[in-house]
Design a protein around this ligand. Structure first.
Ligand code: SAM
Length: 305
């Protein structure tokens, strides 16, 4: 497969490189902002699950207006530095990471918390949705410590079977919750974004990092709830009507008439998790382990009887 084939298959991947964004995800945040004016008046922001950093790039350009704002970016993976962005490498579900983030906002709360976090998907939908929900709840817990009243929280969700439960949980803390799908997010993906505006925790709520914010219990089928417990949130698609369709393949010569020229990635990952596998493969060491000679298949069969 040639190096241009991904450019052809994924127009947002190609445009991201051409515009200097580290990832195609930048367009998702930009399209969400077009619809919800997320950055209006924002001076301090937190970018959870930020690597390789395209959302942090967008935030560092948009936050703060004339004066420079403060952006704190957090990820499990190491991320190449970005001017004006404070970086923390850590797991957002861990107490130590949460404490490190919060200390940057003591006395000066954040206006916006975003989380584009995704677990390594297993293909087992229930497991993936559960992991995603846990990540979102960890992000929400951090948000309850750093957001100012009226602040905004935007987080990736998987629109799975139990997503209604998440909406109910988010509605406890925000006056407006809706589900948004930017045009740059593929229709074939269950990914969408919960856009939660107007942070307004229940009276007497005291944020507590030492306990999970909510128990994500699946004992009840929440989609079957009736009355006030059942929350249906508006679904909004965002991105200009003329925006590219992320599920389409485009010709390399786009309609703006300019001739196609290959652009390398803006910032290759600095320590990707697959680095070790690449090293082993290069040295011919990425082979399946063989059983010791004396441990023949017959012997294994006998041992297991
Ligand atoms: N918004 C990013 C951008 O624009 O460059 C892309 C984020 S990428 C889709 C998802 C990220 O979530 C990965 O970098 C991954 O390391 C991070 N992640 C997953 N679980 C995490 C956790 N528990 N704590 C911190 N980061 C996590």
């Amino acid at each position: 497969m040639g190096r241009t084939s991904k450019d052809k298959r994924d127009v947002y991947y190609r445009l991201a490189k051409e515009k200097g964004w580290r990832a195609r995800s930048a367009f998702k945040l930009l399209q969400l902002d077009e619809e919800f004016q997320l950055f209006k008046g924002v001076k301090r922001a937190v970018d959870l699950c930020a690597a390789p950093g395209s959302w942090s790039q967008v935030l560092s350009q948009k936050v703060g207006g004339q004066s420079s704002g403060q952006v704190v970016a957090v990820d499990l993976q190491a991320m190449a530095p970005l001017p004006g962005v404070i970086q923390i490498q850590g797991d957002i579900t861990q107490l130590s990471t949460a404490k490190e983030i919060i200390q940057h906002f003591e006395g000066c709360p954040a206006d916006l918390v975003v989380c584009d976090g995704a677990p390594d998907v297993t293909g087992l939908h229930d497991v993936d949705e559960y992991m995603q929900a846990q990540l979102l709840l960890a992000a929400l817990n951090i948000a309850t410590h750093v957001l100012k009243p009226g602040g905004c929280f935007v987080a990736k969700i998987f629109r799975g079977r139990d997503v209604t439960l998440l909406y109910s949980q988010l509605r406890i803390f925000f006056s407006s919750v809706l589900c948004a799908k930017p045009k740059s997010s593929r229709n074939s993906s269950i990914e969408a974004f919960a856009v939660c505006q107007g942070y307004d925790p229940p009276e007497g709520f005291i944020p507590d990092l030492t306990r999970p914010l909510m128990n994500h219990s699946y004992e009840t089928d929440f989609n079957q709830l009736h009355g006030p417990a059942r929350v249906i949130v508006p679904f909004v698609t965002c991105g200009d009507l003329s925006a590219y369709d992320s599920d389409r393949t485009y010709s390399l010569d786009l309609d703006n008439g300019s001739e196609y020229k290959y652009t390398p990635p803006t910032q290759p990952p600095i320590a990707p998790p697959y680095q070790e596998a690449c090293r082993l493969k290069k040295n011919g060491q990425l082979a399946k382990e063989f059983l010791p000679q004396e441990c023949s298949i017959d012997r294994v069969d006998k041992l297991s009887q």
